[in-house]
Design a protein around this ligand. Structure first.
Ligand SMILES: Nc1ncnc2c1ncn2[C@@H]1O[C@H](COP(=O)(O)OP(=O)(O)OP(=O)(O)O)[C@@H](O)[C@H]1O
Ligand SMILES: [Mg+2]
Length: 353
């Protein structure tokens, strides 16, 4: 079961601090949406207003079209999982998972079925009799998830649930969370400041910065078409090149940016604002190395780093800027070599802010 979630003009102030500017956000039923952003950008504040743990200063929250802004947290049909698992130390795993169901006055039989099913989902059935202190961090986090899933909320809010785990376990748990999202079919709103985690998990990402939403879109939207410099810089590695538009157009009528000592064609039909300077983004995997003078721009190789699957090459451009390119391992660039760079113009994004 899943529900559609809507925040309409939701805002939060603490005295002089604006924790969240008025924000609109819709999460579709069954969607996995991630709130991504740097520390202090308002992610937890937004999540807690959805849950009802924090009262908004303005705006409202709707679940399936029903206004729940003033409804108690326990009545909203929402489950929450936090970074600190907050399991009851004196209760067994089984009792921890059963707790919420007993509070909801379910029958013995209902409790038993739901607890067994939830423990099965997080693959912890054989740990039912243990106590929290007898479990690893990852196992405790699974129990925290099972406890939340047990009463089948239609919306599940997760605030950095994997933050305390090491990298390997975190990656394993990310795969588990994806599986559980599919299995439960509930609407998930997930908070993280880890861009890789957001790209891996999400149907859509809501990128936040300084108490407001910067951009909402699929992982590919944010990576390929970032709406701002902030978005470009926060997700993936970005090469930003500054320059002025050429008066003349290219052979097919495409606009040309004079930047990094070369002529860089922009996509045909790129929307260009009248401005003296323009910034464009090109991701490191777009350019290919070619002979000097035969690409859009030339540069001198200043650094070559082997990163396993491929090689990361740093180039010094004639205008003093630096550009990073990822090359296949079959290419063997040498420091000091002069090379040209060429790429598909549709992989160039013009940034407007
Ligand atoms: N109870 C509070 N009283 C005063 N200011 C608060 C309170 N809670 C949050 N803030 C402020 O609101 C802003 C947003 O905080 P929030 O916790 O939503 O950030 P976040 O994006 O979750 O950050 P993090 O990644 O560090 O968890 C911050 O500047 C924070 O200091
Ligand atoms: Mg937070």
């Amino acid at each position: 079961m899943s529900s559609k979630l809507e925040a309409i003009g939701i805002a939060k102030r603490y005295g002089d601090t604006t924790a969240l500017e008025p924000t609109d956000l819709t999460v579709q039923a069954g969607e996995f949406l991630t709130l991504l952003g740097p520390s202090g950008s308002g992610k937890t504040t937004l999540l807690q207003m959805i849950s009802g743990l924090v009262a908004p200063s303005a705006g409202r929250i709707e679940i399936d079209g029903r206004d729940v802004t003033h409804m108690e947290p326990g009545k909203r049909g929402i489950g929450m999982v936090f970074q600190s698992y907050a399991l009851f130390p004196h209760m067994s795993v089984w009792d921890n998972v059963a707790y919420g169901l007993r509070m909801r006055r379910k029958t013995r039989e209902e409790v038993r079925t739901a607890v067994d099913e939830s423990l099965g989902m997080v693959r912890m059935t054989e740990f039912a009799r243990r106590f929290p202190k007898e479990l690893s961090g990852g196992q405790q986090q699974r129990i925290a998830l099972a406890r939340c899933f047990a009463y089948r909320p239609s919306v599940i809010l997760l605030d950095e649930p994997l933050g305390a785990l090491d990298k390997k376990l975190r990656e394993h748990m990310q795969a588990e969370i994806r599986r559980l999202h599919k299995e439960l079919g509930a609407t998930f709103v997930y908070v993280t400041h880890d861009q890789d985690e957001a790209l891996t998990l999400s149907d859509r990402i809501c990128l936040m910065n300084q108490a407001r939403v910067e951009q909402v879109g699929t992982p590919a939207d944010l990576y390929d078409r970032p709406a701002s410099r902030f978005a470009a810089g926060f997700i993936g590695h970005s090469n930003l090149l500054e320059g002025a538009l050429d008066e003349t157009r290219g052979a097919s009528g495409e606009p040309i940016l004079l930047a990094a000592g070369g002529r860089i064609p922009l996509p045909l039909g790129a929307s260009i604002k009248p401005a003296a300077r323009h910034t464009l983004l090109v991701r490191p995997e777009a350019p290919r190395l070619v002979e000097p003078q035969s690409g859009f721009v030339d540069g001198t190789i200043s650094e070559v780093v082997f990163i396993g699957s491929d090689t990361r090459v740093q180039l010094a451009m004639s205008d003093g800027s630096a550009l990073t390119v990822r090359c296949e391992r079959s290419v063997s660039p040498r420091i000091g070599d002069r090379v040209g760079l060429v790429w598909d113009p549709y992989r160039t994004t013009l940034l407007h802010a």
